[in-house]
Design a protein around this ligand. Sequence first.
Ligand code: CTP
Ligand code: MG
Length: 175
Amino acid sequence: MTVVDILIQTLQVLLPAYFANASPTFLIKLKKHPIDFGLMLGKNRLLGDGKTIEGLIIASIVGYVSGLLINYLVMLLPSSIVALNLPSIAYLFIGLGAMIGDSFGSFFKRRMGLPRGANVGLLDMEDFIVGSLVAARIFASFSWWTVIIALVATPFVHRTAGIIGYKIGLKKEPW
Ligand code: CTP
Ligand code: MG
């Protein structure tokens, strides 16, 4: 595998994951239903109001649609490039995986007694991408370099997107 192959393969997982993960923040006006249905675990919510069913659905759809686009673009690449052979449905699971990973993050935040929106640095930034990587791995195997690049790049992308989201009023916090 060449460096270009690895970069293309990494983008095939990262781009749908990033789009999917960002998508729930656009559902501002919608009445949303928490995944945990308000359930408490001890003194705190299981997940909290920041994790909604609508968020889960929109992220899966956005993952799927961005996957259709990505697979189309991959087809246009020179045949010497080895891209991941991901069926369209895999991208839906990359989006869903992002939300499941993100929910695990919230689960641990609530267990630490932290309120919705609290900043816990790396846990907060990497949880979704781990979910997407696991989902992608069900459909295709890829190099450990993809995992390493994903874990290194994601905090920077997340932080930049967070600041932009905050400035344009989509997010309540810049993280
Ligand atoms: N969101 C959603 N459903 C999801 C994930 C996210 O509706 N499954 C929306 C929520 O409006 C959430 C926003 O996207 O507030 C930003 O997501 P995130 O930063 O992950 O949630 P937080 O509000 O920070 O909550 P938590 O502390 O639980 O991470
Ligand atoms: Mg947050």
